[in-house]
Design a binder for this molecule. Structure first.
Ligand code: ADP
Ligand code: MG
Length: 306
């Protein structure tokens, strides 16, 4: 691609701002980066955000979009129980925005990268007349064994961090991914399965159930509902928002009842942890309503359509 004048200066300025990392031998500036591969396994995730589909500018600011583009990837590495290390950022800048756009965008990325010790090690910068698009690839190091969606076992407790619903009112742009919490959970307990909630609590729980070949009994009363879900003025109940809105970027995980009890007795961090149900051998997913009656868990949440 032919970058407009100023792109090289921009990349040069990025290069100067990036701090050194033990994981990066050679970062921004050459044809490819060189990374040091210490552990035998590397976690790799990538996520693309597109103006008009995932956000609009405004209400989102360029800084918020930069923050979110890295945050969604951090959330995925956290959900594997890993430690994020190195990011690659590719952008299709839109010529309709001034140069200050990319500056603010990268401030949003850099702020979050610094918070979690992630090095920006490369990327690609293009401009066009279309909408703004950003794709981040993030590498990470597993701490203990990576925690997969397929590890849930009958009898496991189903737990979550934080609360659910109403994220699109604003939280989806500013959330701090649960990286520190995931690492602390890995240190404290043996997790059987984990994922982050992006599509919706119910939809994402179904992913764990299907990958693990199990079912569940979810306790409607135990699901922590975010304030924003209660404030919503549409026809859906707060519980429906919590189960289906998505973009909560909380951790959803399962562990043995003994480990679960230990965890809830001495919570390892300020972010609340709630037990919301149990894994069953019978493969159906039940939602136990507040009156005690079980109904099939509605498959609420984002379903990707192509
Ligand atoms: P090439 O033409 O060889 O692909 P580029 O001009 O695309 O080189 O990039 C030069 C250097 O700047 C590379 O190291 C690349 O990884 C880095 N880079 C380009 N754009 C970005 C970006 N948006 N974020 C981080 N690094 C970038
Ligand atoms: Mg290139």
């Amino acid at each position: 691609m032919n970058p407009p004048s100023g792109e090289f200066e921009f990349i040069e300025s990025l290069r100067k701002r990036v701090s050194a990392s033990p994981y990066v031998t050679l970062g921004i500036g050459d044809d490819a980066a060189i990374l040091t591969a210490n552990p035998p396994q590397t976690l790799v995730t990538t996520d693309m955000l597109m103006e008009g589909t995932h956000f609009a500018i405004p209400p989102a600011s360029p800084r918020q979009v930069g923050h979110k583009a890295l945050a969604v990837n951090l959330s995925d590495i956290a959900a594997m129980g890993g430690c994020p290390t190195t990011a690659f950022v590719s952008v299709a800048l839109s010529r309709k925005y001034p140069e200050s756009f990319r500056e603010e965008l990268f401030q949003g990325i850099q702020g979050l990268a610094d918070r979690f010790g992630v090095a920006l090690a490369g990327g690609d910068t293009n401009s066009w007349n279309g909408p703004f698009v950003i794709s981040v690839t993030l590498l990470g190091t597993p701490v203990k064994s990576p925690v997969l969606r397929s590890g849930a076992r009958p009898g496991d407790w189903i737990c979550v961090t934080g609360s659910f619903g109403g994220s699109l009112a604003g939280r989806h742009l500013d959330f701090i991914p649960r990286v520190a919490e995931a690492l602390e959970l890995q240190r404290r307990v043996t997790l059987h399965a984990m994922q982050d909630v992006s599509d919706g609590l119910a939809a994402d729980l179904y992913h764990i159930l299907e990958e693990s070949g199990v079912g569940c009994r979810l306790d409607a009363q135990a699901i922590p509902i975010a304030e924003a879900a209660r404030l919503s003025r549409d026809s859906r109940t707060p519980l429906e928002h919590a189960l289906g809105d998505g973009e909560d970027f909380e951790l959803l995980f399962t562990l043995s009842p003994e480990e679960g009890q230990r965890l809830l007795r001495t919570p390892p961090f300020e972010t609340p942890i709630h037990k919301i149900g149990e894994i069953t051998e019978d493969r159906t997913a039940w939602l136990v309503q507040s009156n005690g009656t079980p109904i099939p868990l509605p498959r609420l949440g984002w379903v990707h359509a192509l």
